[in-house]
Ligand binder design. Structure first.
Ligand code: NAI
Length: 341
């Protein structure tokens, strides 16, 4: 059986704990992966490296796929986000975040099935901030036609491939007439000229958030610029049980980095209680990506085996504390492995 080299970044905070659990599950499922370990974030600084070592970025360029744990970003000071840097350096312009209800997790809705597509490289995350004069600071929101067309095409192509029923753009073009105006113009143009068969709608983001919590089933795929995508991803995680159950992928033309939506959760780091499911789901997305990209049925088999097992684990009521259960990180991993058929 041939194996695929995949760069592994454990990250910091709960990153090493959830990563260890996920690696154990993938090994037990005989996923054909050769892990190539690299550092980023606080763990890289601790070994005397840059926060995002060039060797890490080069390894992802070479092997093209990475699985990444969360990396802490200091608030209001210090180094700039490793996550944002990585997405910008590798041009991982599309973040994909599937949000679906799981049997066994009680929430106000039991039939959520959303896909969030977030533009990952522009908007207010351009990192262009300056102090105009003491007491006056500004941050620049960047939107380019190339970037807006690219993410719109990616989203519609995804919708077509996955047979999704509708794309909704959340925006604030009534206020940010130029930047968000460009975003919706590009999305509408792509729909009209290239995907007229896929229903499309534009909703102002504040009203969209209210509608999401009232009835998320009225939406199917959400397409958002960078900051809105970041915020709405966590809102949608709340609809299905929290950050412990929402996976993600950051995808560019040549590389893809798979990581959970959640952060490094410093409040619970080192306690052995973090939920590894979101990273496990991200690993399953990675296996499916490898299966499609490299036509490898062993990756597909491992992905199916793991997905069936974690669905069953949750349905059986075996859950970590964030979902109301009493299992620790490793006990949850054991419960998943026990359910491999
Ligand atoms: P967070 O997602 O780390 O935590 C928010 C809340 O959710 C916390 O109460 C935490 O305990 C809980 N939580 C998150 N993941 C969990 C899991 N797997 N199991 C159980 N509970 C979980 O967000 P927060 O606190 O805003 O950010 C902490 C750090 O993470 C910051 O430095 C932030 O910049 C970074 N971050 C990194 C990301 C990445 O590496 N992709 C993404 C988001 C935040």
């Amino acid at each position: 059986m041939s194996t695929h080299p995949v760069v592994l970044i454990a990250g910091d905070g709960i990153g090493p704990e959830v990563t260890a659990a996920v690696l154990r599950i993938l090994a037990a499922a005989q996923a054909p992966i050769d892990w190539v370990e690299h550092q980023a974030g606080i763990s890289a600084i601790a070994t005397g490296s840059e926060v995002l070592p060039e060797a890490t970025v080069d390894a992802i360029r070479e092997h093209r796929i990475a699985l990444k744990g969360p990396c802490t970003t200091p608030v209001g000071k210090g180094f700039s986000s490793v996550n944002v840097q990585l997405r910008q350096k590798l041009n991982l312009y599309a973040a994909v975040r599937p949000v679906r209800s799981l049997r066994g997790i009680k929430t106000p809705y039991d039939n959520v099935d959303l896909v969030i597509i977030r533009e990952n490289t522009e908007g207010l995350y351009s990192g262009i901030e300056n102090e105009v004069t003491p007491g006056v600071v500004m941050s620049m929101k960047v939107a380019t036609e190339v970037g807006c067309m690219r993410i719109s095409r990616w989203a519609f192509a995804f919708a077509e491939r996955r047979n999704r029923s509708k794309i909704t753009v959340f925006h604030k073009a009534n206020i940010m007439k130029l930047t968000d105006g460009l975003f919706i113009r590009c999305a509408a143009k792509v729909q009209k000229e290239e995907y007229p068969g896929i229903p499309y709608q534009e909703v102002i983001i504040d009203a969209g958030c209210m509608r999401l919590v009232q009835d998320p089933t009225q939406f199917d795929m959400l397409l958002l610029e960078n900051l809105y995508g970041d915020v709405v991803s966590d809102l949608c995680a709340g609809l299905v049980g929290g950050l412990g159950v929402v996976p993600g992928a950051n995808i560019g033309h040549d590389q893809a980095v798979f990581e959970a939506v959640h952060g490094s959760a410093p409040d619970i780091a080192g306690k052995g209680i973090a939920n590894p499911l979101a990273l496990l789901m991200s690993a399953v997305m990675m296996l499916n990506h490898l299966a499609e990209d490299r036509n490898d049925s062993a990756c597909r088999t491992a992905a199916e085996k793991i997905k069936n097992a974690y669905d069953q684990t949750i349905a059986d009521g075996c859950k970590t504390g964030d979902l109301g259960g009493d299992l620790g990180t490793e006990a949850f991993a054991d419960a998943v492995i026990e359910r491999f058929s």
